[in-house]
Ligand binder design. Structure first.
Ligand code: PLP
Length: 225
């Protein structure tokens, strides 16, 4: 066993312990929390170690990086894309990613719906900043209803739920409880949109407390970038 695999095994055990404790504290079964390992900037050799350990959900932020990684690794990996979407990259992204966490524009949704040959999973990214600010992506809360309504006719998109990143400088608990309330309202209208993608290395306990079903964790498992 290499030093690197040992390091990843230890980090993974620690993250799984944190997930378990956070779930138990929130009265939720830990199995409800899906761990996506965010592998951006890390070499394929690290992904091979993760694969050997049985992990199958990897997240990437850039098409230029995700496409070659996906091409060189086994086909039973489920790839997640959570970076900002560039329209001209969508066709390529859809060729390797099965779930897109960062949908925030109707024009991208239309294009994705045309490209997809089978239903593709999407999360609608919500901007939790007040006032809304476009720099980290996400649809402003005031625009969410309209975007969700317009997605309903796009039959090649499977709208899983909402995704968000806690704004810098705000307590993640506060941001995620806002998200949780918004998500409850969304679920009342769209029961299939029952998943919540939130929580990163620094704040996934708060996200789990607020109902996260998909946490996206990079540096706690693979180290600093
Ligand atoms: C990089 C990234 C993550 C993972 O962040 P870590 O702090 O490394 O856990 C999760 N979500 C998004 C959108 C990211 O860009």
């Amino acid at each position: 066993m290499t030093i690197r695999s040992r390091e990843i095994i230890e980090n993974l055990a620690e993250v799984r312990g944190r997930v378990e404790r956070a779930a138990v504290a929130a009265n939720r079964p830990p199995s409800e929390v899906n761990l996506i390992v965010v592998t951006k900037t890390f070499p394929t050799s690290d992904l091979e170690i993760l694969y050997e350990l049985g992990l199958r959900n990897f997240g990437e932020n850039r098409d230029q990086e995700g496409a070659p990684k996906a091409g060189s690794l086994p086909s039973d990996i489920h790839w997640h894309f959570q970076g900002q979407i560039q329209s001209k990259k969508l066709r390529s992204i859809a060729s390797w990613a099965q779930t897109i966490h960062s949908l925030d524009q109707y024009s991208h949704a239309i294009k994705l719906n045309e490209i997809a040959t089978s239903p593709i999973e999407v999360f609608v990214q919500v901007d939790l900043q007040t006032p809304a600010s476009p720099d980290r992506g996400g649809v402003p809360i005031l625009g969410l209803d309209d975007l969700l309504a317009s997605l309903q006719s796009l039959t090649n998109l499977k709208v899983m739920g909402l995704m968000a990143v806690a704004p810098l400088g705000e307590e993640p608990q506060l941001a995620f409880s806002r998200l949780s309330q918004i998500h409850s309202q969304v679920r009342a209208s769209y029961p299939e949109s029952r998943y919540l993608s939130c929580g990163m290395s620094g704040d996934f306990e708060a996200a789990i407390a607020a109902g996260a079903t998909h946490i996206r964790v990079g540096s706690s498992i693979l180290g600093s970038r």
